[in-house]
Write a protein that binds this ligand. Structure first.
Ligand code: 13P
Length: 249
């Protein structure tokens, strides 16, 4: 019912030439991808057009950020329509790095998600707790609060949204939530989605992110409420991202 989505978040890595080389390697390696899954890569803004111009064997393109206005005096920002024009079909929103380093609030996440939907693309809305929040027993409260604040204004459009649960303490650290802990949080998120948008909750894909690697992806993807992965470091190496996209369920 939910087609798994494997996403590569390249963050602030790769020159244009390197991004094109990685795209070409992925296109070869994923040419025989099973039909029951989807893959999206999210390069930097500067590499998007070059990556979009390559043959990609069905690999979709996404951006890592967006500004929620159609156009205007917003120096340094990029509008949803500009991303759509370049060939993006997904946009990552509310990544913990943006929340922590750039002050992105739940209110801004909600505006961005709406703007991305209005432009005809799919928002990947990131949520996740810090280590301190987990250690103090607040993880579920925090994460469900982010889901509610980010998505309640979009309660009739939930099925068009992807959520990425990324525990902040697992990002780039080599620490992964156990598959059982991840599944428990994903089930709780789906419960919150049900209270926001009823049965649409069953159609929302919830990705796990945080040190997803070739050697842990199969176990994570075996969980009933884990519908994909948002991959950072391992998405920068063709061989490892290909293996992750070819997870065995
Ligand atoms: P890592 O896979 O490097 O832990 O990064 C996860 C992430 O932040 C993806 O958005």
């Amino acid at each position: 019912m939910r087609t798994p989505l494997i996403a590569g978040n390249w963050k602030m890595h790769k020159t244009i030439a390197e991004a094109v080389a990685l795209t070409d390697a992925l296109a070869v390696g994923l040419a025989d991808l099973p039909a029951n899954r989807q893959v999206v890569i999210c390069p930097t803004f500067t590499a998007l057009a070059s990556v979009a111009a390559r043959p990609r064997a069905g690999i979709a393109i996404g951006a890592q950020n967006v500004y929620p206005e159609v156009q205007g005096a917003y120096t340094g920002e990029i509008a949803p329509g500009m991303l759509k024009e370049i060939g993006c079909t997904y946009v990552i929103i509310g990544h913990s790095e943006r929340r922590q380093l750039f002050g992105e609030t739940d209110a801004m996440v909600a505006r961005k998600a709406a703007a991305v939907l209005d432009a005809g693309m799919t928002p990947i809305v990131c949520v996740g707790e810090t280590r301190a929040e987990r250690e103090s027993g607040q993880a579920e409260n925090i994460v469900l609060g982010q889901v509610k604040a980010g998505l309640s204004a979009l309660s009739n459009r939930l099925s068009e949204i992807v959520i990425a649960y990324e525990p902040v303490w697992a990002i780039g650290t080599g620490l992964t939530a156990t598959s059982a802990d991840a599944q428990a949080m994903h089930a709780a998120i789906r419960g919150e989605l049900r209270s926001v948008g009823g049965n649409q909750a069953d159609t929302v894909r919830i990705q796990y992110g945080g040190s997803v690697k070739p050697d842990n992806v199969d176990e994570l993807m075996a969980q009933p409420d884990i519908d994909g992965a948002l991959v950072g470091g391992a998405a920068l190496v063709a061989e490892s991202f290909i293996r992750i996209a070819k997870f065995v369920k």
